[in-house]
Design a protein around this ligand. Structure first.
Ligand code: VGL
Ligand code: ZN
Length: 196
């Protein structure tokens, strides 16, 4: 068994004061730093959007943050601007250890969002992470980071569907909790065979 810690989107915009602040987002940093030494591989993901990304409410006429919008790939939440490539908001939290093996960026295509670290929101465009993990014979994944009910959730369910053994450590995650999304995510992860 080869295990990897996958640290999802611990970036300034998801922490207090950020563009899409997740309540208590920065509280996960110390736990995650301490966990890193316990794994064969550490992978960090970074939400990495071009300016005027299609998931931003400001990219659409008469739209407000948290509205839903039908995209060509299905319904999409419209978010406040966040994690624009090269900005402070897209940087990892200053105290996060970034001495992992791989930094994977996602959400870089203007027309499509990517919550999952494995597939974009059309559920079919791969990010390349599956191939990386398989090439390194990694079978067991532990996911932590932000946000429990979006990027952690979609990454965990995709990983389980791909056949990895997947655990999520909720104490090292924080949620956005939009209209009950946290409860839905916890239930769906367990139903998909993710150990929560
Ligand atoms: C995320 C919403 C939009 C996340 C990223 O990291 O959970 N959520 N972009
Ligand atoms: Zn995003």
């Amino acid at each position: 068994m080869t295990n990897a810690l996958i640290v999802i989107d611990v970036q300034n915009d998801f922490c207090t004061g950020g563009g899409l602040a997740v309540p208590g987002g920065e509280e996960v940093v110390a736990d995650i730093n301490a966990m890193m030494d316990d794994f064969d591989a550490v992978i960090l993901t970074q939400d990495w959007h071009p300016a005027r990304h299609s998931s931003f409410a400001t990219s659409h006429a008469q739209a407000a943050p948290y509205d839903m919008k039908d995209m060509h790939y299905g319904p999409q939440v419209l978010w406040p601007d966040h994690c624009v490539q090269g900005t402070y908001g897209a940087d990892f939290h200053t105290d996060l250890r970034t001495d992992g093996d791989l930094i994977l960026r996602k959400g870089f295509r203007s027309a499509i969002d990517s919550y999952s670290a494995f597939f974009e929101n059309d559920q079919s465009t791969p990010t390349g992470l599956e191939g990386y993990l398989r090439n390194r014979s990694i079978t067991d994944l532990t996911l932590v980071g932000l946000a429990t009910d979006f990027c952690v959730y979609f990454s965990a369910v995709d990983a389980a569907r791909l056949g990895f053994n997947v655990a999520v450590r909720p104490e090292a995650c924080r949620a956005i909790d939009l209209d009950g999304s946290l409860a839905i995510a916890l239930e769906a992860m367990q139903a998909a065979g993710v150990s929560v």
